[in-house]
Design a protein around this ligand. Structure first.
Ligand SMILES: [Zn+2]
Length: 383
């Protein structure tokens, strides 16, 4: 603002013939401008210091594709949240009049009507991102979600979105394979870890450099105590088949109804200690996960010990869906306070901010390079 005022003032002086004064003021203005720019640059390079966390897992819209305006959401992030991996929800809950009559469901548990893949979500997210200034765009990493992971053509959808909206996306997800109460409600073929359509998706993500955020419950709801988690071996198989793809396993594979956290931590430790899975990360998002982690001092301690052992492999996320205010947005972060206290300082910093920056900065770089090689320009027009 100061620089602008000086420029206007300079123009006035010139008009009245005070050229020398004008030149001096332009020089002063340029000096000020440089000072302002260098101050901004310093502020940006330290930007992550002033924020509490980056959010690896955030839904701008809900199961009926409604949400908060991204400009409003920036205010909700405020000075608390630096960067956000941004996506909608790939599934739309159908409002079936035959099922719920005048009652309009907004969540998948509110009706027996099916869910279906809603590909327009990707265009919606891209346009929301594009409505932001360059500075504000830098705080988001949009993700592609609007594909059916049981469809051999899913990878083609992802490619098409990148080509239609170059300069926007950093990853794919959150998309779900096995999710309690959701998978069986999806219209059409049920997604599976054994489906080669998923391999095509993960291969393509690896080629482009897209981060993958996948939701897959490790186990079925209400599993018997001591039983082998139903989907663990299949999931390990998928992860092993794609060593060149950065994969974040959402919620550490926990579902809404989980087995005791001790067993779960042991399963995670086996993955984290195996070099075949060095490309695999975990997000600890969702209030349902936080609930189990902070349930007892013992469960918090077991989780903290594991994270302190593998500080580069965990990322915090909220998994909030279209939060109305900052209090709602920060509730999972606050819920985790007992965990934050038990993490080493460097580990806490990595889980809350550093790991996000490392992984998503690299993804941005790779995806932009892939787009350039494809002949796409950030304006959205083919060259
Ligand atoms: Zn989620």
């Amino acid at each position: 603002m100061k620089f602008k005022a000086i420029c206007e003032n300079t123009a006035m002086k010139k008009k009245f013939g005070a050229r020398l004064l004008g030149v001096l003021q332009i020089a002063l203005g340029l000096g000020l401008s440089l000072l302002i720019h260098s101050t901004v640059a310093v502020a940006q390079s330290n930007s992550s210091d002033k924020f509490e966390f980056n959010d690896t897992h955030f839904h701008l819209t809900n199961y009926i594709q409604e949400g908060v305006d991204i400009h409003e959401f920036l205010k909700t992030m405020g000075t608390k949240v630096g960067r956000v991996a941004l996506f909608g929800i790939p599934l739309q809950q159908e409002w079936s009049y035959q099922n719920s009559g005048d009652y309009a469901p907004t969540y998948y548990l509110q009706t027996d009507a099916p869910l279906y893949y809603y590909s327009f979500t990707d265009a919606y997210i891209a346009m929301a991102y594009r409505s932001l200034s360059k500075e504000d765009q830098a705080r988001f990493d949009p993700m592609i979600t609007g594909f059916n992971p049981a469809d051999m053509y899913a990878a083609d959808h992802i490619r098409r979105v990148l080509q239609t909206f170059p300069g926007v996306f950093s990853g794919i997800g959150e998309f779900s394979i096995h999710k309690e109460f959701v998978s069986s409600k999806v219209a059409g073929e049920t997604a599976s870890l054994l489906n080669p359509a998923l391999d095509r998706i993960l291969d393509f993500a690896g080629t482009v450099g897209l981060v993958v955020l996948i939701h897959n419950d490790m186990d079925v709801p209400f599993a018997a105590e001591g039983s082998q988690p139903a989907y663990l071996d299949q999931m390990k198989g998928v992860l092993k088949r794609h060593p060149n793809t950065i994969i974040i396993w959402a919620h550490t594979g926990m579902g809404r109804i989980v087995r005791p956290i001790k067993n779960h931590a042991a399963e995670l430790a086996a993955i984290l200690g195996d070099p075949q899975f060095s490309h695999v990360y975990f997000d600890i998002s969702w209030n349902e996960v936080a609930k189990y982690v902070v349930a007892t001092p013992e469960s918090t301690r077991i989780t903290a010990d594991l994270i302190n052992r593998y500080p580069d492999r965990f990322l915090f996320g909220t998994d909030e869906v279209a939060p109305r205010n900052q209090e709602q947005y920060l509730r999972v972060y606050n819920q985790y306070q007992p965990l934050w206290k038990l993490l080493d300082d460097t580990t806490r910093e990595k889980v809350l901010k550093g790991n996000y920056e490392r992984i998503f900065d690299e993804a941005r770089h790779k995806v932009r390079a892939w787009e350039t090689a494809q002949g796409s320009t950030p304006t959205g027009n083919p060259r």
